[in-house]
Design a protein around this ligand. Structure first.
Ligand SMILES: [Zn+2]
Length: 195
């Protein structure tokens, strides 16, 4: 490995998810992965994920929201874990948690190279009863309501509905999506920090 250690921006205070996303994107830029992107996902069994086919690293919004108060440093460490996957793939086409990935962990200053790590167990409040459907905004993807069973209203009927207090923005924009079970990822969907 010829590359000198990467110099990352120091982990800032992480008061909210926006700060996490900004920090993630600046870390990607700092290691030369400008054409990779940070995105949010809705996983409930692991915090982080690297998807080389999409050039994305992602964090679970649910885990991050919980860990902002439990242990923000854990969010940063998960980010480094996923960036090491991205670097291993970008430069060496290496997947999983082998020697090449561990070398990149080392260059990032990440000493904990466990593939998985137990995290504090929690279930997002809205998933405790496992709703299977969500009412979403068709343009933004924002989830507006959860349902345990599929609402009987047809798509045509939903077009005449809106969220009280948000009529301008939601009228004609409401769609039902199945959110559970999640569709399985097709590429690296590692069990990083799985409970
Ligand atoms: Zn991993």
């Amino acid at each position: 490995m010829q590359h000198p250690p990467y110099i990352l921006p120091p982990c800032p205070a992480l008061p909210n998810r926006e700060a996490v996303a900004t920090h993630a994107q600046s870390c990607l830029a700092a290691v030369g992965l400008e054409d990779w992107h940070f995105v949010w996902d809705r996983a409930v069994k692991r915090m982080g994920c690297c998807r080389p086919a999409l050039r994305t690293i992602s964090l679970s919004r649910y885990f991050v929201e919980a860990y902002l108060s439990i242990d923000p440093q854990e969010i940063h460490l998960t980010l480094l874990h996923e960036i090491a996957h991205a670097l291993a793939w970008q430069h060496r086409r290496a997947r999983a948690h082998g020697a090449i990935w561990r070398q990149y962990c080392s260059l990032l200053g990440l000493t904990d190279t466990r593939a998985t790590k137990p995290l504090q167990d929690f279930t997002p409040p809205h998933l405790q009863r496992q709703p299977r459907y969500a009412l979403c905004h068709a343009q933004t993807g924002e989830i507006l309501r959860y349902y345990k069973s599929r609402p009987r209203r047809s798509a045509a009927q939903w077009r005449h509905c809106y969220i009280p207090g948000r009529k301008n923005e939601t009228l004609g924009q409401l769609i039902i999506k199945q959110i559970y079970p999640e569709s399985p990822y097709k590429d690296i969907s590692d069990k990083t920090r799985e409970n």
